[in-house]
Design a protein around this ligand. Structure first.
Ligand code: ZN
Length: 751
């Protein structure tokens, strides 16, 4: 069926005229290597019984590297047999050395589940005693002691390692004394805040291993990113060998770049990406082609799901094969959807990147990506969901009208010729480092002059001693507080708390989902429409103290979107460069307030009303890059023209910055001030959207020219007259001649 649709699309002028690139990735044959000689016969036999009688070349290279005692990072696509790269050396070692132990880390419980099933099957096949246990929040207390004493293979996640294992290391002596391997799967998850935390958890882990005199080898696996070895070496602070020549086979794949048609040339308005995706996906699903549709937001999932359900209403049998999938759905619901996809019962799933990688849903036929995911790496990861070993598969990227999308769809070579982005982490983020130093001091005392990984920490230790968190005696720093530091530190964000969503429609209230504390003011303010499983709910009350949002089922023809207003103040300058323009990198304080929301009509996306939001503002200290125009550089421009140019510039820069940083567009935000309180000059700020910052703005301080050059290119290629959402922003925001004013500023930035 897929082949037929592909052929029809090739000959359909209505489709083909929207396609800016039709790339065919050729079929790739497998490359094999034989088992290394050191593989124990019973392990080899067990693998053969499971249908593995030779290795892919990358697997052979990985297991050899690890066998020789070197750390390895394996970078290959989904379903290329990466788990064998660690299971083989680990099991082989345990056969030879029955006391040996290994620790497996997965970013989430959900991601470890499928891997454990596979591992248990292999262990059973070998017939040897390898005690394999998952140790996480769900592990019963009665079995915990048994795991600590007897577990050869302990599967856990960074959060549990941080708060449940490291602080109690004395109970885990057997594990730490005999720890030979540490497996870190899905390494690409560890970027930004989470990665910066993990780097510090690893510092603590290695410190405890040294105490128990073990020196484990690390095996890491990652999806494709630009700098896997650099990221691995930053996380471990040790040399790592990179293995990235994939030996696994894959079938032919069609990859299409699709730009929705223009419906108003002057205003630069295109048909919505959502509606075009719906059209393409409906065609595929209707023909029984198993399809995943990615959207960028949770709201997108719900809107698209209700559009498609509506469309299939008249076709009996089709509706039951459609599901939504996103964060905020409860675990049982998600498991059922994954299972349905694996069995082929679910024909179509609309998802956020929650289903991006790692979770086993089998291989699908087609993938429709609604809106550029914000990075080259993310695009490859999502498109990787479609692809069987034989036959054909299809991935379509449907561009939205955002500048980055329009840049990509108009310059497809940029995507096809560039490596994916770098993953950034900042292990020395002062807030994160200090928090983990407290945890580390609780675990084992520090000596004067000690470092923590590569970080010099004497100054922080003295500070903590002054604050009476640590007690200094005989050249050592001891923990002296009663509290347990790891408990109050979340690895996922600055705040660990979620707001639960309670449905009050029936007499018996029930919890239907959750949102994180930071997003709550934007998503579940009073009167917001919250969507779940295609059903609409209106928020009746948001109780931030109790962390509950009360909702009631409704049926309306709109969804809501909230406006965020931001105030920014410079606190400290870390670096500056005063040439023609002034550039800075430093610390800022950001105050954010959700002040109002808009009601947006389904299908037409018209604005049909608005209302106020009365919630307290949130405050955050973070790092920012900012650029100012000194007097004389903008001669001849009035203040309002400068303002219009700055608005255009912030629209472009905030949308294009993710091109140069592996990050979600939400990781960075832009603010402009026509006369900044900092230096009284017109200034554009781009800040890390996380407390303490994670290194994006520092990178921008170096890469600013590339971003502004790309911005200029975007304005030149955009077909609109005065400005549109695809370049400097809609005319209502940027003003008439917005394009011209933005170009004037860009002339100064990159002459
Ligand atoms: Zn435009």
């Amino acid at each position: 069926m897929l082949e037929e649709i592909i052929n029809q699309w090739k000959n359909d002028p209505e489709i083909i005229s929207n396609i800016s690139r039709w790339e065919i990735l050729p079929e790739k044959k497998a490359e094999y290597a034989s088992f290394p000689e050191w593989v124990e016969p019973q392990l080899k036999k067990a693998l053969q019984n499971r249908g593995i009688d030779k290795l892919y070349t990358h697997q052979a290279e990985a297991v050899e590297t690890v066998y020789r005692g070197n750390n390895a990072v394996v970078v290959t696509p989904t379903a290329s047999g990466k788990t064998l790269c660690y299971n083989l050396p680990v099991l082989n070692r345990i056969i030879n050395e029955p006391h040996a132990r290994a620790l497996y880390l997965f970013p989430t419980k959900a991601l470890s589940r499928d891997q454990v099933v596979e591992l248990l099957g292999l262990v059973e096949e070998t017939g040897i005693e390898v005690n394999t246990y998952t140790y996480d929040g769900d592990t019963g207390t009665s079995i915990r002691n048994h795991i600590r004493q007897k577990g050869h293979l302990v599967v856990t996640n960074p959060d549990m390692l941080h708060s449940g294992i490291l602080p109690h290391h004395t109970k885990w002596m057997r594990l730490f004394e005999n720890l030979r391997y540490i497996v870190i799967d899905e390494m690409h998850h560890y970027r930004g805040i989470f990665g910066s935390h993990l780097a510090n958890v690893i510092r603590r882990l290695k410190r405890i291993c040294r105490f128990y005199k073990s020196n484990p080898t690390f095996i890491l696996c990652s999806a494709t990113i630009a700098n896997p070895r650099e990221l691995a070496e930053t996380l471990l602070e040790e040399p790592v060998v990179e293995i990235s020549q994939n030996g696994a086979p894959h079938a032919q794949k069609h990859f299409l770049f699709y730009n929705p048609p223009v419906i108003n040339r002057e205003l630069g308005i295109r048909r919505s990406a959502m509606l075009e995706s719906q059209k393409l996906a409906a065609r595929l699903i209707q023909e029984g082609v198993q399809t995943i549709v990615f959207t960028r937001s949770r709201l997108g999932v719900e809107v698209l799901l209700s559009y498609l359900r509506e469309k299939f209403k008249s076709l009996p049998g089709h509706d039951s094969g459609l599901r939504g999938y996103r964060g905020g759905y409860l675990p049982n619901e998600r498991r059922a959807i994954e299972e349905g996809l694996r069995r082929g019962e679910i024909k179509g799933v609309i998802s956020t990147n929650a289903l991006e990688l790692g979770i086993d849903i089998g291989r699908l036929d087609a993938c429709v990506i609604t809106g550029y995911p914000g990075s080259i790496a993310g695009t490859w990861q999502q498109s990787g969901r479609a692809g069987r070993r034989t036959g054909q598969s299809l991935a379509v990227l449907v561009a939205s009208s955002a500048p980055l999308d329009q840049f990509m769809v108009n310059h497809p070579d940029y995507f096809w010729q560039n490596p994916p982005e770098k993953a950034m982490v900042n292990p020395d983020n002062l807030i994160i480092l200090t928090n983990h130093l407290r945890c580390a001091a609780f675990e084992l005392p520090f000596k004067e002059g000690d470092t923590f990984g590569n970080a010099p920490v004497q100054e922080i230790l003295d500070f903590l001693a002054e604050e009476e968190v640590l007690y200094r005696s005989g050249g050592q720093y001891h923990w002296m507080e009663n509290s347990f530091p790891a408990e109050e530190i979340s690895l996922r964000s600055a705040t660990s708390e979620n707001v639960v969503i309670v449905d009050n429609t029936e007499a018996q209230p029930r919890v239907i989902g959750e949102v994180d504390r930071f997003s709550a003011p934007m998503l579940v303010h009073e009167e917001a429409i919250y969507m779940h499983g295609g059903q609409q709910y209106q928020v009746e009350k948001l109780d931030l103290e109790e962390k509950k949002a009360y909702v009631r089922a409704v049926s309306v023809n709109y969804f809501t979107d909230s406006n965020l207003s931001v105030d920014l103040k410079v606190m400290e300058v870390f670096e500056e460069e005063k040439e023609k323009v002034h550039r800075h990198w430093g610390e800022v304080r950001v105050n954010a307030l959700v002040s109002m929301f808009k009601k947006i009509k389904f299908n037409t996306h018209e604005n049909i009303g608005s209302g106020p939001v009365n919630l307290p503002e949130t405050e955050m200290h973070t790092t920012a890059f900012w650029i100012s125009f000194p007097e004389g550089t903008l001669k001849g421009m009035s203040r309002s023209e400068v303002q219009s140019g700055l608005i255009g510039l912030s629209h472009l820069a905030s949308h294009l910055a993710p091109l140069f940083l592996l990050g979600d567009p939400r990781d960075m935000r832009a603010v402009s001030q026509v006369k900044s309180p900092f230096n009284e000059l017109p200034t554009l700020y781009l800040y890390d959207n996380y407390p303490g910052g994670v290194g994006y703005s520092q990178e921008l301080f170096k890469k600013w020219k590339e971003i502004f050059n790309t911005a200029r290119q975007r304005i030149y290629t955009c077909g609109c007259l005065e400005g549109c959402p695809s370049c400097v922003g809609p005319v209502e925001e940027v003003g008439e001649k917005g394009k011209e004013h933005t170009l004037q500023l860009l002339e100064v930035l990159c002459p």
